[in-house]
Design a protein around this ligand. Structure first.
Ligand code: 5CA
Ligand code: ZN
Length: 413
């Protein structure tokens, strides 16, 4: 599927350090490329049923920064992202609003593309709609069934059986709890909250996730090797990541609400399919709140990128406001975030236009920004390095302007 238009990224002289990122699975900082000159990134995409909110924007911006830092370090980056364009929340929203689910998805994906373009987020090389991959996913599930990782649960009102993944069947590269490091009670609670069905009768373990949902009356369906139905959630990301990037990938990314069950189960499916870990590192962004609660489509406390742009916000200021927080922190959005970013940007712009000060320090500032971004994407540190240069009388050289553009995605002047 078409992604969105790529922003220009200037060529900057020299190279930055290799980025190190925090891996949720081990709790440690790692170089997820393991010294390789290729980096493979998969980031879980949107479920397209409502406008892009600041939480989504912050998450995609964090992985955009990682991609920029890898490129700056001289690596080849391959990036794939899905869009969950068939799933319960999308179907429920379409039914509620009396619109066709495919039209809803198409319009929201379009809006997402425009928001990503406005924010100058680098597009994935492969932007993959789940509805285009159903046959491939069904084949993978059929393979899991043949190899004993999937089992069926009878479904009285449907044309076939649902298929579930057996989390207790051993694989050499995955054990339940490895990626998320959670206890069983927490896992059960999170499953119930995040799309799982721990109480479904007939499962071997309440934690077993759905791999394939047999067709129900009125629901979208595809005719596949498994009969008619549609895929479960976690398997889509395992199959798309493996097919498009090859396993193990360097980083599996998303918000911290995907740690469990989504990334844990995706890793389990990958291990069962390919006897490989899904990723060398699982990297998670913090949750952004608004009005005291995590911003979420289901809660309705949305601050959308579109809304801010329609109110006249400079997209660079939205970007700078988000970059001023550490990607892994949970934080709350206040309207003052934007006004403070606008002020900072004005200071940076007039600094760049003035062209005064000592040019000798510019190389130190470049090195400092590179070091901060490579250190677990410390963008607040990088922003502070620019602030210090602005306040300290460093001259803004063309190289500095390019470096800020290449790493932070903001063109000043
Ligand atoms: N389609 C699935 C992933 S396969 C999904 O989670 N879609 S989503 O639209 O619900 O979320 C898209 C991305 O935004 C996910 O990585 C999610 O973790 C992240 N996200 C959602 N809400 C927030 C928030 N309030 N703050 C930060 N990131 C968020
Ligand atoms: Zn995903």
């Amino acid at each position: 599927m078409r992604a969105w238009e790529a922003p220009s990224v200037p060529d900057v002289g020299g190279t930055g350090p290799r980025p190190v990122v925090h891996d949720t699975a081990t709790g440690k900082p790692v170089d997820p490329t393991r010294g390789d000159d290729r980096a493979a990134l998969y980031v879980c995409g949107i479920t397209p049923y409502d406008a892009t909110h600041l939480g989504h924007a912050a998450t995609y911006l964090a992985f955009d920064t990682l991609g920029r830092a890898w490129r700056d370090a001289g690596l080849d980056v391959e990036y794939a992202q899905n869009t969950t364009d068939v799933d319960d929340p999308l179907l429920e929203r379409a039914t509620r609003d009396g619109i066709d689910w495919q039209e809803l998805a198409a319009s929201q994906i379009d809006l997402f593309r425009r928001d990503m373009e406005a924010l100058r987020i680098l597009p994935p090389d492969d932007y993959v709609a789940v509805t285009d991959e159903v046959e491939r996913i069904a084949e993978a599930v059929a393979f899991l069934q043949e190899t004993g990782y999937a089992y069926s649960v009878p479904t009285p009102d449907s044309v076939g059986d649902d298929l579930y993944f057996d989390v207790n069947r051993p694989t050499e590269s995955w054990a339940l709890g490895d990626e998320s490091r959670m206890d069983r009670e927490t896992m059960l609670a999170l499953c119930a909250e995040r799309g799982g069905d721990p109480d479904r009768a007939g499962k071997r373990d309440p934690l077993d996730p759905l791999l394939w949902r047999a067709a129900r009356a009125g629901e979208p369906r595809w005719e596949t090797v498994l009969g008619e139905g549609r895929p479960g959630w976690h398997i889509e990301c395992s199959v798309i990541a493996g097919d498009r990037l090859g396993l193990p990938i360097s980083v599996q990314g998303g918000g911290s609400d995907l740690v469990f069950p989504h990334h844990e189960m995706s890793a389990g499916h990958a291990a069962a399919l390919a006897h490989q870990p899904l990723a060398h590192a699982y990297v998670h962004t913090g949750m952004i709140a608004y009005q005291g609660e995590k911003i979420s489509k289901s809660l309705g406390n949305l601050v959308t990128v579109r809304g801010l742009l329609d109110d006249g916000a400079d997209p660079r200021a939205i970007r700078l406001a988000l970059l001023s927080h550490r990607y892994s922190d949970d934080w709350e959005w206040f309207d003052a975030e934007l006004s403070s970013a606008i002020r900072r940007l004005a200071a940076w712009d007039s600094w760049a236009t003035a062209g005064a000060g000592h040019a000798d320090d510019a190389d130190d500032v470049i090195a400092r920004i590179r070091a901060r971004v490579a250190d677990d994407l410390d963008t607040p540190g990088a922003v502070a390095a620019v602030d210090t240069a602005v306040a300290g009388g460093t001259r803004c050289t063309p190289e500095l302007v390019d470096l800020v553009d290449a790493l932070l995605g903001i063109r000043i002047a």
